[in-house]
Design a protein around this ligand. Structure first.
Ligand code: HMG
Ligand code: MG
Length: 281
């Protein structure tokens, strides 16, 4: 019997987790968190975002965090960028990979980026063209929008194809408010896998209703191998009411035993470090 294929985890806690914290987490703690994650066997970490500090003040120290982390060979350090201004900042900080982000819902796109979906795609053209590093494209509200309700798979497919045409090297499909069911996960990822190879397709589940692990297992059964997660299950989007924590990295490591390359003890220590800080503030 052949071994089950490896699962690639993308740790998004330092970005998706900390962007939603009401307390301003000091740069020292962020750096310690990323360094602990780098030591935990994970090979990709979304460190911060170069968005407008007026929109997300929690991550206004992105440059300093990138400057101070200890980069581990073999680990990819990624950051979110919304536009060319963000790309320039990310390049100066020597990121290994950037992530642009749009949505399958028009209302959410406007609330999150002050732009329609079409306008976000226009903004991404020069970003993808000039990035010089791999570019991930996030699609938020791929199942359910906090403002518009259920989202049809066709809407997600249109955005996915547009991002691939632009030149995104990877798509990450977001269940932003954690409402997807197993059946909806199977229905959407089956369609996505017909237009995007599995090695370029990530699943990004939030865990509002405790369904995220089931949904990850469902996506994996179709061939999805890349999963976003956040140590300690921290996270959420400040512009999506009802978006709590991401699926916990620890939960995915347990769900895919021996397949993620993460050291559970070291990962637990990283999750503990950030959870303890948040609980104390
Ligand atoms: P805007 O206000 O329309 O932008 O925001 P603007 O171009 O008019 O600029 C306004 C001001 O922001 C200007 O400064 C710009 O210089 C500045 P001023 O002249 O007023 O002093 N600015 C910037 N500063 C630094 N870096 C930049 C930057 N861009 C503009 N990159 C914008 C448009 C997209 C910038 C804004 O809406 C924004 O930053 N939004 C980010 C919101 C965000 O980060 N949301 C959370 C991440 S997405 C998410 O969590 C979902 C995900 O996890 C997947 C899922 O779960 O679904 C990925
Ligand atoms: Mg998210």
């Amino acid at each position: 019997m052949s071994a089950a294929p490896p699962i690639h985890l993308v740790e998004v806690g330092p970005r998706d987790g900390l962007q939603n914290e009401p307390a301003n987490v000091p740069t020292d703690i962020k750096v310690a968190f990323v360094d602990a994650l780098s030591a935990s066997g994970l090979t990709e970490i979304e460190v911060s975002s170069f968005v407008s500090p007026k929109w997300v003040p929690q991550l206004a120290d992105a440059e300093e965090v990138f400057h101070r982390i200890r980069r581990m060979p073999g680990v990819t350090y990624m950051a979110l960028v919304p536009n060319e201004q963000g790309l320039e900042r990310a390049q100066a900080a020597r990121v290994d990979k950037v992530a642009v982000f749009t949505a399958a819902s028009e209302t959410f796109s406007r609330k999150n980026t002050n732009a329609s979906i079409a306008e976000t795609l226009e903004r991404f053209k020069p970003v993808v063209a000039r990035a010089g590093v791999p570019v991930r494209g996030y699609i938020s509200t791929a199942f359910h929008c906090p403002f518009e309700g259920p989202i049809a798979p066709e809407q997600v497919l249109l955005v996915a194809e547009a991002l691939l045409v632009l030149g995104c090297t990877e798509l990450s499909i977001g269940d932003t408010i954690g409402r997807a069911t197993r059946a909806q996960t199977l229905r959407l990822f089956e369609r996505l896998l017909a237009v995007c190879p599995a090695d370029r397709l990530a699943a990004h589940f939030h865990d509002t209703f405790g369904q995220a692990v089931d949904n990850a297992l469902a996506a994996e059964s179709l061939g999805v191998r890349i999963f976003d997660a956040s140590a300690g299950g921290i996270g959420g989007c400040p512009y999506a009411p009802g978006a709590p924590g991401n699926i916990a990295t620890e939960a995915l490591v347990a769900a895919f035993p021996g397949r993620t390359g993460a050291y559970p003890g070291k990962l637990a220590a990283a999750g503990e470090l950030i959870r303890r800080y948040i609980a104390a503030t």
